[in-house]
Design a protein. Structure first.
Length: 78
């Protein structure tokens, strides 16, 4: 009898959060927060994921806070 593997059911809200965090990471890695249009885009991405603050893991909150800090202090994202 074959063993069936179950796919983990991911909450649709969690999927949204993961997608938005991924969407935020890309422009940060490309240093877009140093460009006029890029910083506005990064800020809007931060806002779009921050509305889920209550369900974010600590590491995700740290990531968002780090992104905010990089923008405020004009730091290179590593």
């Amino acid at each position: 009898m074959p063993i069936e593997t179950k796919k983990e059911n991911i909450n649709p809200i969690r999927e949204k959060v993961n997608k938005r965090l991924d969407d935020l990471e890309l422009p940060l890695n490309e240093q877009q927060h140093f460009q006029q249009d890029g910083v506005l885009h990064v800020i809007s991405l931060i806002e779009s994921v921050s509305k889920f603050w209550r369900i974010l893991h600590d590491s995700e909150r740290d990531f968002i806070n780090g992104a905010r800090y990089a923008i405020e202090e004009r730091l290179k994202w590593n």
